[in-house]
Write a protein that binds this ligand. Structure first.
Ligand SMILES: Cc1cc2nc3c(=O)[nH]c(=O)nc-3n(C[C@H](O)[C@H](O)[C@H](O)COP(=O)(O)OP(=O)(O)OC[C@H]3O[C@@H](n4cnc5c(N)ncnc54)[C@H](O)[C@@H]3O)c2cc1C
Length: 241
């Protein structure tokens, strides 16, 4: 069993120059409203134009865009929160078809395989927790027990899609998310706020801080608003709905 004790990560699948090029497209599309095509469109003009759109609430023009992100080493719980965003597109690691007993190996090795679980980063995975019957177990030991159950089911001949029923919500997972810039603003608004769950918030704050300098006109109105008692940052957004 492998415990993941630091926030998950992401990989931007849309190249940075492609993201910036889309800022020009948004201005090109937006100018259609006013039939005002004079002058060259540059990153500077697009910045001013997009800031104006956001201040006036003309968010639909931001939809002429797409950003794709792969999230890795996040829990199944977090992927479940992500897929609630109905205007985005998703491709997620399957717990039916992915054989945890095969990870990194062509053959199933039921003795060697490990299940990976995301532990709350603000908790000590080795703190002993007293159970009803007086036994004391740490989070690490509890996760190892679940792995033992999974291994037992597989060894008894249960296929992955049956044995998965015993796996925890903290199970490590991976998902690719595509959405337009308007929807990413909405996702960041909800998922970097102080009310969001610590896991999705920590990963989304990292992503927001990474893309903010690349797509500054789109995300400039997001500002760091504080840090909670567990040390996780949260953001607020000036012009979000
Ligand atoms: C802190 C927090 C706690 C939560 N707790 C719970 C919970 O306890 N239980 C639970 O079930 N969920 C919970 N959720 C999930 C939440 O209810 C939403 O499903 C999720 O945040 C997606 O938000 P959304 O529907 O605004 O956005 P998206 O699905 O990303 O859609 C974006 C926007 O498009 C528009 N839109 C999309 N689809 C439609 C439609 N069919 N009709 C009209 N307009 C549409 C809306 O304006 C919407 O805001 C929670 C979310 C957060 C952030």
């Amino acid at each position: 069993m492998r415990l993941l004790t630091t926030p998950g990560d992401f990989k931007l699948l849309t190249p940075k120059n492609e993201l910036k090029r889309q800022l020009l497209n948004i201005e090109k599309a937006g100018r259609t409203s006013y039939q005002s095509f004079r002058g060259k469109i540059t990153l500077e003009t697009a910045k001013k134009f997009i800031e104006m759109l956001i201040k006036r609430g003309h968010f639909s023009v931001l939809e002429h865009s797409l950003m794709t992100v792969r999230f890795i080493n996040i829990s199944r719980g977090m992927t479940h929160e992500l897929v609630r965003h109905r205007l985005a597109s998703f491709t997620q690691e399957s717990t039916r078809y992915v054989d945890y007993a095969k990870r990194g190996d062509a053959n199933v090795n039921l003795d060697k395989f490990q299940v990976s679980v995301v532990c709350p980063f603000h908790k000590d995975p080795d703190e002993k927790i007293k159970l009803e019957d007086g036994t004391e177990l740490s989070f690490r030991e509890m996760a190892a027990t679940i792995e033992r159950f999974y291994r037992g089911l597989r060894k008894a001949g249960w296929v992955a899609q049956d044995a998965r029923q015993i796996l925890p919500i903290g199970l490590r997972s991976e998902i690719v998310v595509s959405a337009n810039f308007r929807e990413w603003r909405h996702i960041f608004y909800l998922r970097t706020s102080q009310y969001a769950h610590w896991e999705i918030r920590s990963v989304m704050v990292k992503l927001l801080e990474y893309v903010k300098p690349i797509l500054s006109p789109i995300f400039d109105d997001f500002t760091l608003a504080g840090t909670d008692s567990n040390g996780y940052k949260y953001y607020s957004c000036k012009y979000c709905e």
